[in-house]
Design a protein around this ligand. Sequence first.
Ligand SMILES: NC(=O)c1ccc[n+]([C@@H]2O[C@H](COP(=O)([O-])OP(=O)(O)OC[C@H]3O[C@@H](n4cnc5c(N)ncnc54)[C@H](OP(=O)(O)O)[C@@H]3O)[C@@H](O)[C@H]2O)c1
Length: 255
Amino acid sequence: MPAFDEPRFLAGLLWALALSGAAAAAALFVRPAPYGRHTRAGFGPRIPARTAWIVMESPAVVVFAAAYAAGTHARSLLPLSFAALWLLHYAHRSFVYPIVTYRPGQRPTPLLVVLLGFSFNVVNAYANARFVSQYVVYDGADLVRPTLYLGVFLFSCGFSINRWADGVLRRLRAEGKGYQIPRGGLFELVSCPNYLGEIVEWVGFALATRSPAAWVFAFFTACNLAPRARAHHRWYRRTFPDYPPGRRALVPYCW
Ligand SMILES: NC(=O)c1ccc[n+]([C@@H]2O[C@H](COP(=O)([O-])OP(=O)(O)OC[C@H]3O[C@@H](n4cnc5c(N)ncnc54)[C@H](OP(=O)(O)O)[C@@H]3O)[C@@H](O)[C@H]2O)c1
């Protein structure tokens, strides 16, 4: 039996992820993913939103940690730093975000969305961990590459923007008045600074790590969140007649 050719397997996986990201974007520009304010009937059974987030996102912690540990660079400083950035984001997204965002009466999430998110996170975490701890070629020039510092800077900015914007929305929700127009900071420029932050974060991660898996993930994130930002933006405009007219969907002053 031929030996398992992991680099070839990973290359196929990344192509499949990139193509499914493009296909998802095409579909999501027509109909947004059916969770949150875009929930609608016809997507089968649903489970509580808090459980849904934890089930969907936790492979990004568990699978990443296991696949990372198997790599030959797992104990080197730079890969360890990249793993720390990844785990910082995903420990929050998988276990803190669903708990702090929880509120009684939260809309349940279709099981189909959960299964798709879960499968994506298994594959994506495996591919990213294997590249960071095994297949990225590290050399003596790593610490003098400007893209390392630019990438970490972008990751930090994106992470902060995402956390801040999710916090603003959470506090609005906690007021118990339903959906409101978010105001202040980047919300004056775009409807979805949380999505903008998330995309910037993963572009930064890709720049810093030089990992093909990270670039595919950044692309997939944009494919997923750009259509959702447009759907949110249109929804805000339909719902609030006084919605600020100069505000864009995702990219300040542009789109
Ligand atoms: N990497 C990826 O591909 C990916 C994919 C999806 C999500 N994410 C990240 O996951 C996080 C959550 O995503 P999401 O799609 O659920 O974000 P979202 O639609 O902006 O909703 C976030 C939370 O805020 C509430 N909310 C939103 N707008 C509100 C408003 N105007 N007034 C009051 N409450 C409001 C929502 O309530 P409702 O649920 O009732 O609408 C929900 O609890 C974001 O940080 C996003 O970047 C990442």
